[in-house]
Design a protein around this ligand. Structure first.
Ligand SMILES: [Zn+2]
Length: 465
């Protein structure tokens, strides 16, 4: 008895000692404030849901362009990213074309896509279609019993005013930043300024291999681009056209085509490549990427100089590329490190939460005052990744440097569903942060307003929207 008592006492002492040493430490890592008043979860959710969003990135066509089509059906919700996951699930591109082609009867097309839809419907892209079907058309599932009625309701909805209903009333978006990749002189595209502003791409001035590409760009701006100086002049003219067309920033999507690492190349070296391009026999295949990279890198630096001069933010694609079979390592955000360092006056909006390089992005946005995190597309790649990294980014990166919504869609239905998922991610992360005592309820609501609205307003100078 005596021995047992002694062992119990020793064990008690160890537990007590362990508790004193470790428990306060564990709590201190996350609890930094007093715990919130009851009901905070609902209040945060309501505050997040009430925010009028600034949407940092879209590929939307204008309503009139969309309405010019007729005969919409369920495949309207199976566009864009969902196609990537249908192919990832094993569907052939020819079968996909057949389903979207609308030549064959709808019943046949449904039967073709059905097995692949059932395989991929649980991905976040699949969830987008289900949220849109439920919230916009009152159809809670897409299956054998509902696809015809869903098709009818989609077709019936396609009338003028639908965009306003979906974007303004349902998604509560004040303004969307459109990334069309157009040049004003390639056809004047009117868009409704109550809905949109735009960013411009100069990637075609960077990603060149042949004299004909360079000559064509020069011709568009009335400049004979036989010298590098003239080629840069053509870029400046294109940039000027973008300014006149009131672009609010510059976008680069070159991670789809090449590594996003851009050396600071001397003018002599760039001229060497330029001459090589123009003196090469035009009947030969185009030069390799390695051969032309110095010129491409040189041009990227010229674009950034122009953005710096005109105080325009630069949106850069990093991480996952849409589609199938892309090279992910081309898009690592750390490739951009030297640009962040060399252009402190340029605000770099690093896209897509750099999925799957969220940790790298965390370090970059923490280190560089001019690096901002943009979560466009991120919540519909993976809500869980978005939660995980938003948790981490709120601990590592100042809250004025995160933007948590960009629909990144070609359809308003996709934009709406993405907005729902983005609000849920933001609500959940902020609620968890408040529940753990890391931030107060008031801080959470302030962060929500910043990351869903105010930060984008400031960075893109959108006062008046
Ligand atoms: Zn995009």
């Amino acid at each position: 008895m005596k021995k047992i008592n002694k062992e119990v006492i020793i064990l008690y002492c160890i537990i007590t000692l362990f508790g004193f040493i470790s428990l306060p430490d564990l709590q201190a890592q996350i609890r930094t404030t007093v715990l919130p008043d009851a009901g905070f979860e609902k209040r945060i959710e309501k505050a997040v849901n009430d925010i009028r969003l600034i949407d940092t990135h879209e590929h939307l066509r204008m309503e009139s362009q969309v309405m010019a089509n007729s005969n919409f059906d369920f495949t309207h919700l199976f566009q864009q990213y969902i196609k990537n996951d249908l192919i990832s699930a094993g569907m052939s591109t020819s079968a996909l074309d057949m389903v979207n082609g609308r030549v064959f009867p709808i019943t046949d097309r449904w039967e073709i896509v059905k097995p692949f839809w059932y395989s991929m419907r649980t991905t976040a892209y699949g969830r987008v279609a289900l949220i849109a079907a439920n919230d916009l058309y009152g159809i809670p599932d897409i299956n054998d019993d509902t696809y015809l009625e869903l098709s009818k309701r989609i077709n019936d909805s396609m009338k003028p005013g639908w965009y306003k209903h979906v974007l303004k009333d349902k998604a509560k978006i004040d303004v969307s930043i459109i990334d069309w990749g157009f040049k004003p002189n390639r056809g004047h595209v009117q868009f409704d300024k109550d809905f949109y502003v735009h960013v411009e791409r100069y990637d075609d001035f960077i990603y060149v291999f042949s004299p004909s590409e360079i000559e064509k760009l020069g011709q568009e701006y009335g400049i004979e681009t036989k010298t590098l100086d003239n080629y840069v002049l053509a870029l400046e003219k294109a940039f000027q056209a973008g300014l006149e067309y009131e672009m609010v920033g510059v976008k680069s999507g070159l991670a789809y085509k090449r590594i996003i690492q851009y050396d600071d190349v001397s003018k002599e070296k760039a001229e060497e490549v330029f001459t090589k391009i123009f003196t090469r026999d035009r009947s030969l295949p185009k030069l390799s990427f390695e051969s032309v990279k110095p010129l491409q890198d040189y041009m990227m630096h010229r674009v950034l100089e122009l953005a710096d001069k005109h105080d325009l933010p630069v949106q850069i694609h990093t991480g996952l590329q849409a589609g199938n079979g892309n090279l992910i390592t081309n898009s690592k955000p750390t490739h951009l490190n030297n640009l962040f360092h060399q252009y402190p006056g340029v605000k770099f909006c690093v896209f897509h939460g750099s999925y799957p390089y969220g940790g790298e992005l965390s370090v970059l946005a923490k280190n560089f005052p001019n690096v901002f995190i943009d979560m466009t597309w991120t919540q519909i790649i993976s809500p869980y990744y978005s939660e995980r990294y938003l948790h981490e980014w709120l601990e590592t990166v100042p809250a004025n440097k995160i933007m948590a919504f960009g629909g990144d869609y070609g359809t308003v239905e996709g934009v709406y569903a993405h907005s729902v998922m983005a609000r849920r991610v933001v609500s959940k992360v902020l609620t968890e942060k408040v529940a753990s005592g890391y931030i107060t309820e008031a801080e959470a609501i302030d962060i929500a307003n910043r990351i869903l609205r105010e930060n984008a307003m400031e960075i893109f100078k959108l006062d008046g929207h």
